[in-house]
Structures are given as structure tokens and as C-alpha cells.
Design a protein. Structure first.
Length: 373
């Protein structure tokens, strides 16, 4: 697992998310060794743990903490160093959602439009009569299972379709993300009634963005974000057999560059004195989505939260929100503490519910520590 998440490009075809040819903008440092000793109690435990202990407990490959725009903590282990790139997994979804929200605020994408009016190819699928906003907030009604622990779940059928590698002899299923999306049927409930975390929404949104802009997700991410935020490394995205970037989880990038993404969000669309998108984009995301719809999904470690434009909104006392990916990937933005945390991880279990009891209170403890120092 650890080797794989740091070497995706050696295993799969990819498309570059170019940083362009300009010089990177260095990040300021103000390292604080006291962070390692910050203590907290994991959820459901009375036994204190230190920040440093939590890193190994969560199989952390890279950890970055920014406070007021400066790096106060940076650590690497095992597969990763500061020149390496790590799989962002489903944090990719949040960048897809960010691009969509930018288009909404700019008036280029109508969130109330039915998907079929933008993508006629999906008119007979479950997505056809859903709205763009329902796709963005994953409140679509889909007969689709994403239980990674179930070998018969739909996610594995989806993965076979999406694989860029040669299909097995006799394979007659869909080829690529877009062909698979056309096969999905609606579940028994109406669109908009319940949140359901299903990666296929992100690929539908990636297709929507491509239809509206005429460019794929990797190109849009490069053009609107990577080339303008002072990135120090190119990113890259895995692609299917037809060259379509994986909008739901294909990004690999450097730790500090994802720190720049977090700082860009914290600064409401500004970085290095340049505005990349309207502040309303972040305001909309931070406001969150339908809490009642989210509650139906039963996330015990995220009670009271919501999901909006493919960002997880905590609705806690600090107004925190996050990009999250399986096996422990996180960009955690805490506006009250002026803090951004980026974690790359290779936790053995895919579900973040196994890591949240340790990581979420750790993030809050570091936020309080930074606010007092």
C-alpha cells in the first residue's frame, strides 16, 4: 500500500496537471517543535495521545500544518519525501467540486439544470433527471454500491470499466468512465432526499465540466489553479482507456502543493496576492449542504456535518471543512484558527471512520494550540 500510493505513475497511464513554466512561489516557514507534544484524547478514549504518536498510529506518509500562511510543521516517512508525489485519492473529488462551484459562481454552469440538458448521452441513465447541484452534493438516487470490503459491490464493476489496462478476453461491459455512467439506474427514492457517497457522481460532474468548458478535468485544474497558485511541482491524474482523467480520485501531487490548495481555500480564493476565483466560491462551500440529507448516511464521526460541492463540512465551532480520501488523505481547513492541515496516509483500512477517532480530535487540539501561541 505505502509503495503504491507514492508510485501511481509507474503503474498506470496518467495525464499531467501542469504547473506551467513560471517560477514556483516559495512558502514561508515558522516551524514549531512544540506541536509534536500536543496532547488530545481520541474519541471514545480516556487515554491521552500526542500529536507525534498519532502520526504513526494513522500510517502517516506526509504531514503539513500551515498557520497564518506559514508552514509550522512538516514531516515525511516511508515512501514519501518533499520531492515526491502521493495519491490524493478522493481529495480529487473536492477539486472537481471546486472547479464546478467556480463555474456556478461565474454564471457558466446552472446548478438547477437537469444533467440530460448538458449531457444528452445520460438522458436514459439515473443522472438524466437529476440536477447539477444534486450531482455536486451527491444527493442523487443511484442503484450503486461503494463498499470496498464487498468483492461483489458495484465499485469493482465500475473499476473494471474504468481500467486503462487491456480488458479480459470475452469482456463485454462498458469501456471507460463515461460509458459506465450511462448504465446506472435510479434507486427507489427521489433525487435530493439523501446523501450517498458514490464516486460515480464525481465522474459525472467531471463530464459536466468538460461539456461546459470543452476541456477535461486535468486541463481545467492546471489552467484555473495549478498554473496560478505558485505550485512547485506538476500534478498528474490517472486516466481510463480513452484518456479521460479520473475526476473522482485520480490525482497525485506533492504535499506542499496541496498545502497551497488549502491556503487558497482559507484565503477565499486568493494566494500570493492574486485572486484565482471569486470569494463567493469558498463562502458557498463553507456554508455546507443539506444536514438532514447527510444525516441519513449515518456517519457517526461526522454527526452534524454536511457535504457540499464535494467538500465535507464539519459545522463545528471553528467552521472547519475538508477534502477527504480513502486510507487517510486529508486537506483540513480551519478558518477560525487560520490553519490548514494536509495529510497523506496509507492506513490499511479504506474507511476514514477508522481514522477519524484519532485524527479529528488531533486536528482540533493543534488548532487550539496554535491559537494560544
Amino acid at each position: 500500500m505505502r509503495w503504491t500510493v507514492c508510485h501511481i505513475r509507474e503503474l498506470m497511464p496518467t495525464k499531467e496537471v501542469s504547473r506551467g513554466i513560471g517560477a514556483p512561489v516559495p512558502m514561508a516557514y515558522a516551524l514549531d517543535s512544540g506541536i509534536d507534544s500536543v496532547k488530545f484524547n481520541p474519541l471514545g478514549s480516556n487515554k491521552p495521545m500526542t500529536w507525534k504518536q498519532s502520526l504513526s498510529a494513522n500510517y502517516t506518509d506526509g504531514m503539513l500544518v500551515l498557520h497564518k500562511g506559514r508552514i509550522v510543521y512538516e514531516a515525511y516517512s516511508d515512501c514519501l519525501n518533499d520531492t515526491g508525489k502521493h495519491a490524493a485519492m478522493s481529495m480529487t473529488k473536492s477539486l472537481t467540486g471546486l472547479l464546478a462551484e467556480i463555474l456556478v459562481v461565474e454564471g457558466r454552469l446552472n446548478p438547477t439544470a437537469k444533467v440530460a440538458t448538458i449531457i444528452p448521452e445520460l438522458k436514459d441513465s439515473a443522472f438524466g433527471n437529476a440536477t447539477v447541484r444534486q450531482v455536486m452534493d451527491m444527493t442523487t438516487s443511484l442503484k450503486y454500491s461503494e463498499d470496498y470490503a464487498d468483492p461483489n459491490a458495484d465499485i469493482w464493476v465500475y473499476s473494471k470499466a474504468a481500467s486503462p489496462l487491456p480488458k479480459q478476453k470475452g469482456y463485454k461491459g462498458p469501456n471507460g468512465y463515461f460509458e459506465y455512467l450511462q448504465t446506472l439506474k435510479q434507486d427507489d427514492i427521489k433525487h435530493g432526499e439523501a446523501f450517498g457517497y458514490k464516486t460515480v457522481n464525481s465522474d459525472a460532474l467531471g463530464w459536466i465540466i468538460s461539456k461546459v468548458t470543452g476541456k477535461d478535468i486535468a486541463s481545467m485544474l492546471s489552467e484555473r489553479i495549478w498554473q496560478k497558485m505558485g505550485a512547485e511541482q506538476d500534478g498528474y491524474m490517472t486516466v481510463d482507456a480513452k484518456g479521460i482523467p479520473f475526476a473522482g480520485g485520480g490525482l497525485s501531487a506533492g504535499l506542499r502543493d496541496l498545502g497551497r490548495i488549502g491556503q487558497l481555500m482559507l484565503n477565499s480564493g486568493e494566494i500570493n496576492g492574486q485572486r484565482l476565483f471569486p470569494k463567493e466560491v469558498v463562502e458557498n462551500i463553507q456554508a455546507g449542504g443539506d444536514k438532514n440529507a447527510f444525516a441519513k448516511a449515518g456517519y457517526k464521526t461526522l454527526e452534524g456535518g454536511s457535504y457540499h460541492s464535494m467538500w465535507w463540512v464539519m459545522h463545528n465551532e471553528h467552521g472547519a471543512y475538508a477534502a477527504r480520501g480513502v486510507h487517510g488523505q486529508t486537506i483540513y481547513v480551519d478558518p477560525t484558527a487560520e490553519m490548514v492541515i494536509v495529510r497523506f496516509s496509507s492506513f490499511p483500512s479504506a474507511a476514514n471512520s477508522k481514522i477519524d477517532p484519532t485524527s479529528l480530535p488531533a486536528y482540533q487540539a493543534v488548532a487550539k494550540y496554535l491559537m494560544q501561541n
